[in-house]
Design a protein around this ligand. Structure first.
Ligand code: AMP
Ligand code: MG
Length: 411
């Protein structure tokens, strides 16, 4: 066993990844599966929506000029020559002195240019008395009022919202071209591990990292291609590192310089180990390498380190592969620190914090092995490399773990 020769700066690793990671190729995605996917190119409308002028109210399709002068005292009588319903247009033409009963969404018949709302009309015996004038175009939705043919409706890089996919359907699309989602294999190493669902027993602990990593990777748009639990045996880890069904391998545990830490040597042997050891806390025994086209993240087994190393390095990579912004996806809050945070120049710290009475409280029991610190925390504060810490009262940015608004209001 030897310690780390030198630790890389967080920014160096980030730069290395930013320079190498490009979005994956595009694929066609059925609209039913498209919500949350990232558009690979701009989408231009091929058609007008709606493709016809339509009634915006229930009432009577008329020639607006016929209704001029209409009032409660002097209603204009028109002859009702038929009916137009959504999907069942009126086939004829509305002439002078004529009206067609029409429902919202029905195509406006030829000859008509306005809709007199039902509440201003009285119909009896195929005649309608219009009590209020409607100028041409009143209560008519123009062809293309929603979308015009030729218009760019969604830009490349857009993460599709439910309403975006609805709009694509209204344009007549059945599928849409999106970035392929990165495939991730989770390799959980450690003789002591039992897969989730087991009861901890004797010296054996239940693996929690695979669930955390799965959730984070899915948050970042990845697909979990595989999850393996591996003993600290080099031949088993070697075989798993050679699997080709993933774009990214997340290896948990055995990432350091201990005698059971095989993954770093194996990655160096099978490909390249580009970084090993990063100047940060937690997660300093993090490694990064490549085997073939696959990126391999060596994440420390300590649960907080594993989460933190994922957030700094694997998260941005998965997002970039899937065409999303690299930036951390957390909501942020700016609040004053209730107590100082200590750090060291030259090291980045990832500090779990609670928010109490609108102030940011660093959590005391926050060692790398204390997963519950991330459960109690509202989020994390990152102390940059150049600072010795952050003083009490300083405004800090909290990366919030939850999407929901803070339950505790800031003062
Ligand atoms: P390692 O990185 O393999 O040296 O492990 C560091 C610490 O994290 C040890 O206490 C391990 O038992 C623990 N650990 C390793 N893997 C996991 C895991 N998948 N889930 C929870 N704890 C783990
Ligand atoms: Mg281990």
């Amino acid at each position: 066993m030897r310690g780390f020769a030198a630790r890389a700066d967080v920014e160096e690793v980030e730069r290395f990844l930013a320079a190498r990671v490009r979005a994956l190729p595009a694929e066609s995605v059925d609209l039913l599966d498209a919500i949350g996917r990232v558009l690979a190119g701009d989408v231009r409308a091929a058609v007008d929506v709606p493709a016809f002028a339509r009634a915006a109210m229930d009432g009577y399709a008329v020639r607006g000029a016929d209704s001029f002068g209409a009032s409660d005292y002097d209603p204009v009588p028109l002859r009702v020559i038929g009916e137009a319903l959504p999907g069942r247009p009126f086939a004829g033409r509305v002439g002078a002195g004529e009206a067609v009963r029409i429902m919202t969404g029905a195509p406006l018949p030829d000859g008509a240019d306005a809709v007199a709302p039902a509440e201003t009309c009285d119909e009896q015996d195929a005649r309608v008395a219009v009590r209020e004038a409607v100028p041409p175009l009143r209560h008519v939705g123009a062809r293309g009022e929603d979308i015009r043919a030729g218009e760019v409706v969604l830009r490349a890089g857009r993460r599709l919202r439910p309403q975006d996919v609805g709009l694509l359907a209204s344009l007549g699309a059945a599928s849409v071209v999106c970035r392929r989602r990165p495939r991730v294999a989770l390799l959980m190493t450690g003789d002591e591990l039992l897969p989730p669902g087991h009861t901890p027993e004797g010296a054996r602990i239940v693996d929690s990292n695979s669930l955390v990593l799965r959730g984070l990777a899915e948050r970042d748009g990845a697909v979990i291609a595989a999850c393996e639990w591996l003993p600290d045996r080099p031949e088993r880890i070697r075989a798993a590192l050679l699997r080709e069904d993933a774009d990214v391998l997340l290896v948990s545990g055995g990432s350091s310089v201990g005698q059971e830490d095989h993954a770093p040597h194996l990655v160096a042997e099978l490909g390249s180990l580009d970084f090993h050891g990063v100047a940060m806390r937690p997660s300093s025994p993090t490694g990064l390498g490549r085997i073939g086209d696959r990126l391999v993240f060596l994440l420390p087994g300590n649960p907080v380190s594993c989460l933190c190393a994922y957030e700094f390095f694997a998260g941005p990579t998965l997002r970039a592969l899937g065409g999303r912004p690299r930036a951390w996806p957390h909501r942020r809050a700016r609040l004053p620190l209730a107590r100082k945070i200590g750090s060291m120049i030259g090291r980045v710290d990832y500090v779990r914090v609670a928010i109490e009475q609108g102030r940011v409280v660093p959590l005391a029991t926050s060692g790398a092995s204390i997963l519950s610190s991330t459960v109690r925390a509202a989020g994390a504060v990152i102390v940059p490399r150049g600072l010795e810490g952050l003083p009490e009262g300083a405004e800090v940015e909290v990366l919030l773990y939850d999407d929901a608004p803070l339950t505790e209001a800031a003062p």
